[in-house]
Design a protein around this ligand. Structure first.
Ligand code: BES
Ligand code: ZN
Ligand code: ZN
Length: 475
């Protein structure tokens, strides 16, 4: 764990990071051609007792929290590679973004190296991150923000570490074990359904998706009830397919290894529950994580199967690669009936179509509820986990009508992210609900200057902020 300190004035040891905008004051004696302050640029200078890394923020009017988060991250990654142990972020006029600065620094220092041979592990030397401000009266508030940021980023990194685990190690059973351990460490109640119990209680969606794998499915419930007595809980539901081969409708071999990250929705819910419990927020939240591996063993589910989801709705299966919506349907139905939530947010690496629509920088947001849309937009701005609203309407719902069951599990080729969202909506009835499709943002195939490749932890901080917003807990 990296230690976080907030100090007044400039420390005289360790390495410094200074932020500059384009057109703003420049480092003394440095010509503009060498460092202009453009976004994403850096300049390293040596001084007595350490180094100073200048990081460009670009246009001052556009320097928001995410800009500061990335600039701090890029700077820290740069310095850590040079062996820095103590880094001071000169927050100055940016001290109102202290939380983002600390988040950026801690997120940047994470690396997935536990299976590398010892001599191939990059040394993570970072021991302290300091935030230096120049107004002593802000010390207390900046410290609170910095500590908040550190906690959220550390939890996000734990979620990334879990997400990067390979599927032979992180089976649904192992994920349930992690959830149980987490519940033990915090004031959380954890309930686990194994395959037999799932079958007995009518969770035929989760059972069907998991049948082709030797690794049995699980349903995980984490309960955190610290809101006022009358307040119904917020329900978070996350898809955790520990590996998605596509089942009998098998995927191509190109890129199939990336489907170990098909669990990142569930992992985000786990992380959010951990953060909410650690922060002791006065809210009531339930996290539901259906977990299964989608494989093609002799017991595997097949196209043309008809499955009865928890609560009785039937689904005609036409493609075994559209499995996420099936396990989510069970969890949404159960969660709605059992907890009578005030609002539901689900999060899933659900469709390639969403990646086609939005690329790899924003997740898709689908909802009919304007209040939820507003809360999520604010949560996105605060967390830096960017969203873009996409449509769900009757026109899309038409496309998943089935002749033989209540609904079918795929629509036609076009509009796949919206038909998938419509499928989920059928299991939420009239509870305010939002769906987040994180297929494009849950992992990075190539590193960014501010972040290692692999699981991003997208959604952990977003969900925490959304729960805060829904419960009107001051941030
Ligand atoms: N896990 C995939 C979606 C996915 C694709 C996530 C690419 C991240 C990157 C999901 O289970 C899936 O395979 N969806 C199909 C649905 C189709 C069969 C209707 C898809 O998107 O192709
Ligand atoms: Zn699939
Ligand atoms: Zn999937």
């Amino acid at each position: 764990m990296t230690a976080i300190e907030v100090v007044n004035g400039t420390p005289d040891s360790g390495d410094l990071v200074e932020f500059r905008t384009a057109g703003g004051p420049r480092p003394a004696g440095i010509p503009e051609a060498e460092f202009s302050g453009a976004k994403g640029t850096t300049l390293l200078l040596h001084r007595d007792g350490g180094r100073t890394l200048f990081a460009g923020l670009g246009d001052v009017a556009q320097a928001d929290g995410e800009t500061l988060r990335r600039a701090a991250g890029q700077a820290v990654r740069h310095l850590v590679r040079l062996g820095s142990e103590h880094v001071t972020l000169m927050a100055g006029e940016w001290s109102h973004h202290a939380r983002a600065l600390v988040e950026g620094a801690i997120l940047a220092a994470y690396q997935f190296d536990e299976f590398r041979p010892a001599d191939a592990r990059r040394k993570n030397s970072l021991r302290t991150v300091r935030v230096a401000i120049d107004s002593p009266e802000a010390l207390v508030s900046v410290r609170t923000e910095a500590e908040n940021g550190a906690l959220l980023a550390e939890v996000t990194n734990e979620a990334r570490a879990l997400g990067n685990q390979p599927p032979n190690r992180l089976t649904p059973e192992a994920l349930a074990g992690r959830a149980q351990k987490l519940a033990g460490a915090h004031r959380l109640t954890c309930k686990i359904w194994d395959a037999r119990k799932l079958d007995r209680e009518g969770f035929h969606g989760i059972v069907s998706v998991g049948k082709g794998s030797a690794a049995e499915p699980r349903l995980i419930a984490l309960e955190y009830m610290r809101g006022s007595r009358r307040e119904k809980p917020v329900l978070l539901v996350g898809k955790a397919v520990t590996f998605d081969s596509g089942g009998l409708c098998i995927k191509g071999r190109e890129g199939m290894e990336e489907m170990k990250w098909d669990k990142m929705g569930g992992v985000a819910v786990l992380g959010a529950m951990q953060a909410i419990a650690s922060l002791k927020l006065p809210v009531s939240v339930i996290g539901l994580i259906p977990a299964a591996e989608n494989m093609l063993g002799e017991k595997a589910w097949r196209p043309s199967d008809i499955i009865e989801i928890y609560g009785g709705k039937t689904v005609e299966i036409l493609n075994t690669d559209a499995e996420g919506r099936i396990i989510l349907a069970d969890a949404l139905s159960y969660g709605r009936q059992h907890y009578q939530p005030r609002a539901i947010i689900d999060i899933a690496t659900l469709t390639g179509a969403c990646v086609v629509a939005l690329g790899q920088s924003r997740a898709g947001l689908f909802t009919d509820d304007e209040h939820l849309a507003g809360v999520l937009a604010k949560a996105a701005a605060r967390s830096g986990d960017a969203l873009w609203r996409l449509p769900i309407g009757e026109d899309y719902d038409e496309l998943i009508k089935s002749d033989v069951a209540a609904v079918k599990n795929i629509g036609p080729r076009w509009g796949g992210a919206s038909t998938a969202a419509c499928f989920l909506r059928r299991f939420t009835e009239d509870v305010p609900w939002a769906h987040l499709d994180i297929a494009g943002v849950a992992w990075l195939t190539k590193e960014k200057p501010w972040m290692e490749a692999g699981a991003t932890g997208f959604g952990v901080r977003l969900l925490v902020e959304a729960v805060r917003g829904l419960s009107s807990v001051p941030a």
